[in-house]
Design a protein around this ligand. Structure first.
Ligand SMILES: [Zn+2]
Length: 165
């Protein structure tokens, strides 16, 4: 347990003054955010939200993968989501490597990852347009679902909205 002792100790403190017992699993602000796993991003804080307000979907690169679409369908029909923000960010590690680079790096460690698609991002604007289009044209999501894209600047904290494709 030693690798996690700090976390368990912090949780004991957290639970002592727990203030969210009244929340339900529905997104109180009707929002889903698709963003990157980058540890510099505080999705609730940067959008003025708190626990209970939004569904936060995170993966490497803020990509709209099949699993993100699956999760958005559940979020919309079961959990109160009525709008979706796709939010990649500046200085993203996924924009600095290609899938081939990652395969080569893992190969050096004796691991063959060629059966995985990493959805790296050679062109961030193009990737975001592609991902927004994937949501907009999904046959499983309501037509006209409010959708926005914005790039989060990890150095200034500002959001830069993009035009929808
Ligand atoms: Zn990233």
């Amino acid at each position: 347990m030693t690798a996690f002792d700090d976390l368990l100790a912090a949780n004991e403190t957290y639970a002592r003054s727990f203030a969210y017992s009244g929340l339900t699993g529905r997104a109180a602000r009707g929002l889903a955010v698709v963003t990157c796993m980058d540890s510099r991003i505080d999705p609730l804080g940067l959008l003025g939200l708190r626990a209970g307000d939004a569904k936060i979907l995170r993966n490497a690169g803020a990509r709209v993968t099949d699993d993100v679409l699956r999760t958005l369908v559940l979020a919309v029909y079961l959990l109160g989501v009525e709008r979706v923000l796709v939010m990649p960010h500046t200085d993203c590690g996924m924009a600095k490597v290609s899938d081939a680079d990652v395969h080569a790096l893992t190969q050096e460690r004796g691991v063959d990852t060629r059966s995985l698609e990493f959805h790296t991002v050679p062109d961030q604007d193009a990737a975001l347009r592609h991902d927004l289009t994937r949501i907009r044209t999904s046959p499983f999501l309501p037509a006209g679902l409010p959708l926005a894209g914005a790039i989060y600047d990890v150095h200034t904290g500002k959001l830069m909205p993009v035009e929808l494709p």
